[in-house]
Write a protein that binds this ligand. Sequence first.
Ligand SMILES: Nc1ncnc2c1ncn2[C@@H]1O[C@H](COP(=O)(O)OP(=O)(O)OP(=O)(O)O)[C@@H](O)[C@H]1O
Ligand SMILES: O=P(O)(O)O[C@@H]1[C@H](O)[C@H](O)[C@@H](OP(=O)(O)O)[C@H](OP(=O)(O)O)[C@H]1O
Length: 311
Amino acid sequence: MVTIAPKWKPVGTRVDYEVVPFYTSDLFDKRTAPSRRKDDGLPENLTWFDAQIAGHKTQVKDGKQQLGFIKDLDFPERILKPVMNDKRGKIEKSFYSSIFASSSPLLAPYRDLLPQFHGVREISYKGTTHELLDMEDISEYFVLPAVIDIKIGQRTFGPDANPEKMRKETEKYPQQEEIGFRILGYKIESGETTKVASRDREYCLTLRTKEIEGALHEFFSYRGNDVHVIIDELLDQLEVVKQAASLGVYHIFSSSLLIAYEADREAAPRAEIRWIDFSHVFPGDGQADENYLYGVNRLVRYLQNIRLDLR
Ligand SMILES: Nc1ncnc2c1ncn2[C@@H]1O[C@H](COP(=O)(O)OP(=O)(O)OP(=O)(O)O)[C@@H](O)[C@H]1O
Ligand SMILES: O=P(O)(O)O[C@@H]1[C@H](O)[C@H](O)[C@@H](OP(=O)(O)O)[C@H](OP(=O)(O)O)[C@H]1O
């Protein structure tokens, strides 16, 4: 069994920053000051995770309060993901709980690939109790993290989706059928740990099939001439992902691979992949997860090309 658990110690608490799109004239800008906002309503020592790339944010939607990701300042190496107040939340909570409660060798690739899970916490926010999944924060392993969120699969809705959900997901990014994945966004910290560059959701939704390689190229361009070490590490880890998706245990839709590498050229080149977002998990019934595997295989091919180009 290949183990891809992190081999490095977290580098400690990071401060938040101002996000600057790549396409502004200033590629990078200074981070802003303290992350703790006076009126945020969170319990003591908790703060919003400002480096969130994609996913649900703190907002009231359809009359329901949603929360974004949260950091506990006492546990900088961890991140808290709010459990959604619907079927998706129940599925994700039970998926993490069952994977990490099990010692079955069959599920070992999942235990290796998911962020380490520390259980479920409860907090009160604006008078309501919310559950949070307490998990490993992948970005804390890097001095200057470069992180990309890639939603894998030709389609991003499960077999239970109603026609409206199917239409919404398909029309959002029709080229996903061919590409096999969708880049949701990426962020790269750079220079003296004070600056960040990013590509956001709106930008990534404009990427046509022929522009995907360019976007991945841009994401990996920060490392310089040892980028091949990073891509080799990622290709090894993607083999474990393929192994898991071939088992026929689960079919997983609308989940992401969160890929991070060390953008600090003074630090050793290294990379990590974590499989995240399990709101649409179904029994595999012994059949490989072809929708997912198609996407991973396509991603592998893109990375192989970039490795050749950036040599
Ligand atoms: N383990 C982790 N370590 C670091 N960052 C993470 C981790 N898990 C999630 N994130 C951050 O949170 C973002 C959203 O994660 P996730 O996809 O789990 O949220 P979601 O609300 O379920 O998303 P969606 O809207 O696609 O269902 C990621 O893009 C990443 O920035
Ligand atoms: O990435 P986008 O364009 O912001 O769109 C969201 C994304 O597709 C999420 O994966 C999805 O949650 P699920 O995959 O869990 O369904 C969410 O559905 P929602 O709007 O119903 O929360 C979408 O809004």
